[in-house]
Ligand binder design. Structure first.
Ligand code: GDP
Ligand code: MG
Length: 294
């Protein structure tokens, strides 16, 4: 039974354009190691980016944590092609001294702008490969009581460069009232520290009532609380992606259990083009303005 990622059910107009040309998208994941970044990517795109990686020795693994890994996969659904690039970043925040631990990540984002800028000013402008990072999913620990200094540091170092979408990781570790509280706390702190996370655009007034309602719910749910899983389990006679516990099953795609579906719809159906537009019109323009001043 084939599972679908469901980007092929994009709104009509976008869909038609995408069928012809195919589209590409670069997504970065960041945050402390062990928060479920690789697992969530797998759950989102139903593709194991890591299956070909050999097991690393302890020594190699240490050097791996300072490396940024880039995987590209082509997903095709109902004739629509998506070229997806995932940028997996070292899980920082493990070191005793976390000062500037996000430097390799900001450097990476800048390098993509630099490359694009060079290509754009070059002779062969027709076939530029756009490797700019369109969105960064930032994983926040469910075990803290809000943002840690390293979270604030990371987001402030990147918020003028990339669309940051903060997530509460491993939401199955919290009960609903704890999630509500943590969300509220994080929203307050994002405000207090002047962090600019990705802003969902205003909904067009000519959209239908269903769409508007969905849009309101999306905005109210931020920061999304997510659960990832690499396994399919049986729940009420159905095979679903979930996590099996002695007392029951948490279902990744059950909207009563977490915001996974909201996040996925946002990324691959409703907001992919806006994320690309903001990258180009705001973040890349910032970069260019900065270059001109130098
Ligand atoms: P990464 O280092 O951030 O890429 O984290 P991984 O995806 O490698 O996951 C680390 C561990 O956490 C693994 O044992 C996963 O099975 C587990 N894990 C991943 N996602 C979740 C989740 O949503 N909830 C819980 N409880 N565990 C998870
Ligand atoms: Mg990982």
């Amino acid at each position: 039974d084939k599972q679908y990622v469901s980007f092929a059910t994009l709104p009509n107009q976008v869909h038609r354009k995408s069928v012809k040309k195919g589209f590409d998208f670069t997504l970065m994941v960041a945050g402390e190691s062990g928060l479920g970044k690789s697992t969530l990517v797998h759950s989102l795109f139903l593709t194991d980016l890591y299956k070909d990686r050999k097991l690393l020795s302890a020594e190699e693994r240490i050097s791996q944590t300072v490396e940024i890994l880039k995987h590209t996969v082509d997903i095709e659904e109902k004739g629509v092609k998506l070229k997806l690039t995932i940028v997996d970043t070292p899980g920082f925040g493990d070191a005793v001294n976390n000062t500037e631990c996000w430097k390799p990540i900001t450097d990476y984002v800048d390098q993509q702008f630099e490359q694009y800028f060079r290509d754009e000013s070059g002779l062969n402008r027709k076939n530029i490969q756009d490797n700019r990072v369109h969105c960064c999913l930032y994983f926040i620990s469910p075990f803290g009581h809000g943002l840690r200094p390293v979270d604030v540091g990371f987001m402030k170092a990147l918020h003028e460069k990339v669309n940051i979408v903060p997530l509460i990781a491993k939401a199955d570790c919290l009960v609903p009232s704890e999630i509500r509280k943590l969300k509220e706390r994080i929203r307050e702190e994002i405000d207090k520290f002047g962090i600019h996370v990705y802003q969902f655009p205003e909904c067009d007034s000519d959209e239908d009532e269903d769409f508007k309602q969905q849009d309101r719910e999306l905005k109210e749910s931020a920061p999304f609380a997510v659960i990832g899983s690499n396994t399919v389990v049986e729940a009420k006679g159905q095979r679903v992606r979930g996590r099996l516990y002695p007392w029951g099953i948490v279902e990744v795609e059950n909207q009563a259990h977490c915001d996974f579906v909201k996040l996925r719809n946002m990324l691959i159906r409703t907001h992919m083009h806006d994320l690309k537009d903001v990258t180009c019109d705001v973040h890349y323009e910032n970069y260019r303005a900065h270059i001109r001043q130098m």
